[in-house]
Ligand binder design. Structure first.
Ligand SMILES: C[S@@+](CC[C@H](N)C(=O)[O-])C[C@H]1O[C@@H](n2cnc3c(N)ncnc32)[C@H](O)[C@@H]1O
Length: 162
């Protein structure tokens, strides 16, 4: 989730991008308070795709319960707020889901947690998302059980106003 990559000089004049493997819900001792220019994250969407199949204890894709998932995301939001410089941005890509055939606004729940830790919402960009590997499976289900496919994701752009 925390991916700041190798120097991409064509895109950014001075951008230190580091790839690290660590639990984003915990405080990162290597990163000082207000030292980072931009945070970009693409967390799991609860347990829709299980990334480590329980091999990594703190893998957020182990969590099925939406509120428990959001409690963990709030920790990530808090840590992002701590490391980000004032007036800089944090981008979060998030999808919605269904439970018992009912629509669950997971993205808005996550958005609320970022705002709870003092981020301001600058933009909500809708990313059209369909024709995925598993779409054929959901097309059939949506016809059988009479629901619409979820065909978009939210790219939230939060700003640290301070
Ligand atoms: C939706 S995928 C994002 C994939 C990313 N866009 C990429 O191209 O690598 C979610 C990622 O979050 C990682 N992840 C899950 N729990 C995490 C945690 N507690 N800390 C850091 N990363 C986590 C998963 O391993 C997975 O790679």
């Amino acid at each position: 989730m925390w991916k700041i990559c190798e120097e991409k000089k064509a895109l950014f004049q001075k951008c230190l991008i580091v790839t690290k493997n660590f639990d984003a819900t915990e405080k990162n001792k290597d990163l000082k308070k207000e030292s980072i220019d931009f945070v970009l994250m693409h967390p799991p969407y609860v347990d829709i795709i299980k990334y480590s199949e329980w091999k990594i204890k703190k893998d957020l894709s182990n969590i099925h319960d939406l509120d428990k998932f959001c409690d963990e995301i709030e920790k990530v939001a808090k840590e992002s707020f701590r490391i980000l410089k004032p007036w800089k941005y944090c981008a979060v890509l998030m999808w919605d889901t269904r439970r018992e055939k009912m629509y669950q606004s997971l993205a808005f729940k996550v958005m609320e947690r970022f705002m709870k830790v003092w981020f301001a919402l600058k933009e909500d960009i809708i990313k059209v998302q369909h024709n995925c590997k598993a779409t054929w499976f959901w097309v059939k289900k949506s016809k059988d059980f009479n629901f619409l496919l979820i065909m978009h994701e939210h790219l939230f752009i939060f700003k640290k106003l301070k």
